[in-house]
Unconditional design. Structure first.
Length: 389
């Protein structure tokens, strides 16, 4: 069997390798504590599950959905954006349902990029932006993120020749893997830059509802005129503990929505209607539920940070997202430190290099494991004597 160059060029999907390592440890009879993948352990809210039970009996839900999503789902998304960000959207032309944000993020590349085009992508970043770019035969231009720059790309450092070839710029705040956030001032600059250079701004906003210490993440669409060039990807996965149900949305510029619709309507058959109805109910979840859920994650965040500080790591608490991004001790690489943690503590953390070469020197810990596992992980860290590199 011959595989295409398209798939042969891909690095192994990060979490496949991590799952393999966990399985090997478990086969040795070890209790593995995984701070690896960001997949909420907390349950989908009960009212959302109850909606699925009802919706499963509705005969129209047994049939194919429309790609663009139910009108009432798109209206609920527009209502949620208005309430949450003060952003007005036309549910008919500026909202599209997605089978989770990942699907839309991958597919949009097929609508906007072709060989010879460039996609501006942050490094480190969620790997799917680059997969879409490679599948479309286009080329990435990596915008380095680092601590000095607040994990924001330096737009002035992008060479003019690159900007001329660029069709899209990917941004993601609150950020995976760094936990960094971006304010309206940064988005204002990004929107101006993209307008000036005729680039579509693709913002992955999946983590806006997971935030701490009273911080409120923003939407890029809050910038006046952003809708001229911006498409924002959002998801109910992390917002409402719904990764298993696969529902998200793309919102923003109507032409960009149309490009994504054309790709999707030819390749997939949309989000199960019953799941969209769950999504409508989810977007009605009272803020108090999210506040409590975030307080729960915040306790986990603080426990992990204090354990990491205990082993000498100088970690900043993230204001949002599900991730702690920690610099490794001198003498270690991201991979060698992650391996030391796996070997010594039977614990999985992700090396920053899994997200790009500028992730070197960092590990990522996800806060989405059970409280029991998290406490066990913290205990193991507290008694760990870090080996010399
Ligand atoms: C930055 C980022 N974007 C998108 C996704 C995909 O989310 P979804 O479950 O909506 O496909 C993830 C999932 O981990 C993510 O970290």
């Amino acid at each position: 069997m011959k595989f295409t160059q398209r798939v042969q060029q891909l690095p192994p999907y990060l979490f496949v390798e991590i799952s393999r390592r966990i399985a090997a440890k478990k086969a040795e009879g070890k209790r593995v504590v995984s701070f690896g993948i960001g997949d909420p352990d907390l349950a989908t809210p009960d009212p959302v599950l109850e909606r699925l039970a009802e919706a499963s009996h509705d005969r129209p839900n047994h049939r194919y959905p429309e790609t663009e999503g139910l009108p009432e789902f798109r209206e609920a998304v527009a209502g949620w954006y208005e309430k949450r960000f003060g952003v007005g959207l036309d549910p008919k032309t500026e909202v599209l349902s997605l089978i989770g944000a990942k699907e839309g993020i991958g597919h949009i590349a097929l609508g906007l990029l072709e060989p010879g085009d460039v996609a501006l992508q942050p490094d480190p970043s969620y790997p799917v932006y680059n997969v879409g770019t490679l599948f479309a035969g286009a080329e990435p231009y990596w915008m380095p993120l680092n601590e000095e720059g607040g994990w924001l790309p330096n737009l002035d450092a992008i060479p003019t020749g690159v900007a001329e070839k660029a069709q899209v710029m990917w941004l993601n705040y609150p950020n995976n893997p760094t936990g960094a956030v971006a304010d309206l001032d940064f988005f204002d600059r990004a929107v101006s830059y993209c307008k000036r250079n005729d680039i579509a701004l693709l913002h992955d906003a999946c983590y806006t509802e997971v935030a701490f210490d009273g911080y409120q993440p923003v939407s890029a669409l809050e910038i006046p005129g952003a809708k001229d060039i911006c498409l924002e990807f959002h998801s109910l996965s992390k917002s409402y503990n719904m990764t298993g149900w696969r529902v998200g949305m793309a919102v923003g510029n109507a032409d960009l929505i149309r490009a994504l619709f054309l790709v999707k309507s030819n390749l997939d058959s949309g989000v199960s209607q019953a799941v969209q109805q769950m999504g409508i109910r989810a977007m009605d979840t009272p803020q108090s539920y999210l506040d409590e859920r975030n307080a729960h994650y915040q306790v986990r965040r603080d426990n992990v940070i204090s354990a990491l500080k205990g082993v000498g790591l100088n970690v900043e608490p993230p204001k949002a997202s599900l991730y702690v991004w920690a610099p490794v001790p001198a003498g270690f690489t991201a991979a060698s430190f992650a391996t030391a943690i796996l070997d010594d503590l039977d614990m999985v953390v992700t090396p920053g290099t899994g997200y790009g070469k500028f992730g070197e020197g960092y590990i990522r810990l996800s806060l989405t494991l059970s409280d029991d596992d998290l406490e066990e992980g913290v205990r193991r860290l507290e008694t760990w004597k870090v080996p010399t590199a």
